[in-house]
Unconditional design. Structure first.
Length: 373
């Protein structure tokens, strides 16, 4: 079996409720659907969400790097020769989300060729994953109403609150309002998206000591090396690295320098292959991991569930899986469902994300003729 061609299909779907956070705001899912075609007629698929304010990649840059750089070098390779494929991808610096999508699409091909769910190829630990929901920048009472609705409708009992780049008092108020309104049996943790200084983060932790927060994600820029290390040393809860740890090498740097004490894994930026490397590194060092969200569509959320449920370490915490509910539509033919706070792993061969071709034709932003590659 050989790789015949690659497609990078840009598309756009509006959100019904834009998600705002410290490093930006998302009102449309302007993503890229990546497809790997083989000469056996198999097609592997994955979703690539550009986040220019976080990783520097845009919809246009991801399509360009896949069409112009990756595709010419990957055509003709056997999809099972994953080492050769990653040697090609590794020649190009950065572009982590584009690489991650190519990797997941490759795994999708392998699973379909073997007629086996990728979830089982990765480990097959559980058949579902617990869901965490992200709450964006809104007044405290509105955040509480949203959390109560998601708990009632979907059974979700873990919430991540986006904070940073606004008066500290607003974020602190939101923490207290959520805890008082939701009770003690709901898990709450924070994500500042580099929106604070390390000293501001320490102040927030001091003023929310009675709230029972379980973690603080990416409180400040990793460039604040000394202050961030002091924050990690003084924090009573885990400090999760996210934007600072997109690769296994970055994870090693941050953990060894004391820049974080836990790691957010995102399959959208690491694919399954590097995510496995990062997970092995963290497990060997006894470092907790959580499955993060790149403001994924349902296609991307399927990939997160497939990887997260496959391993014991990634199954311990709720994965950030529900923000597709804020989208007006999606590309999946069989929409994801959250029941009793969990999402089931698809039982189909491959990754399990089946695309509705009519929806893709409606939302795609390019000509519908196939790529020359």
């Amino acid at each position: 079996m050989k790789i015949l061609r690659l497609e990078a299909i840009p598309y756009s779907i509006p959100y019904t409720t834009p998600l705002a956070f410290a490093s930006g705001q998302v009102a449309h899912a302007e993503h890229v659907l990546v497809r790997i075609h083989t000469d056996d007629g198999l097609v592997g698929e994955a979703d690539a969400p550009p986040r220019p304010f976080t990783y520097g990649e845009t919809q246009a840059s991801m399509k360009a790097i896949i069409d112009s750089v990756f595709a010419p070098q990957l055509i003709g390779l056997d999809p099972f020769d994953r080492g050769k494929v990653h040697a090609v991808l590794g020649r190009t610096m950065h572009n982590q989300v584009a690489k991650g999508a190519v990797d997941i699409a490759l795994w999708d091909v392998l699973g379909k060729a073997l007629r086996t769910p990728v979830h089982k190829l990765l480990g097959g630990f559980r058949d579902s994953m617990r869901v965490s929901h992200m709450l964006g920048f809104r007044p405290a009472q509105d955040l509480l109403a949203e959390a109560q609705r998601f708990r009632e409708e979907y059974g979700i009992s873990t919430f991540k609150l986006k904070v940073g780049r606004r008066p500290l008092a607003l974020d602190i108020e939101a923490c207290h309002v959520l805890r008082e309104g939701l009770g003690s049996d709901v898990e709450l943790y924070l994500d500042a998206n580099r929106g604070w200084s390390a000293n501001e983060a320490l102040e927030v932790l001091r003023r929310t000591a009675d709230v029972g927060l379980t973690a603080l994600e990416e409180p400040c820029d990793a460039k604040e090396a000394l202050s961030r290390r002091r924050l990690v040393q003084q924090s009573p809860i885990p400090i999760i690295g996210d934007e600072s740890v997109p690769t296994a090498g970055d994870v090693s740097r941050e953990l060894l320098s004391g820049g974080c004490s836990a790691v957010s894994l995102k399959t959208a930026r690491s694919g399954f292959t590097e995510a496995t490397e990062i997970l092995g590194l963290c497990s060997g060092l006894g470092v907790d991991v959580t499955m993060g969200n790149q403001i994924d569509t349902q296609v991307g959320s399927v990939a997160t569930v497939v990887f997260g449920a496959a391993h014991e370490a990634t199954s311990r915490r709720a994965g950030e899986l529900s923000n597709f509910l804020d989208m007006s539509d999606d590309l999946l033919a069989d929409p994801l469902r959250i029941r009793a706070g969990r999402i089931q792993v698809p039982a189909l061969p491959g990754v399990g994300a089946v695309i509705d071709e009519d929806k893709l034709a409606h939302y795609r932003q390019d000509a519908t003729s196939p790529s020359p590659h």
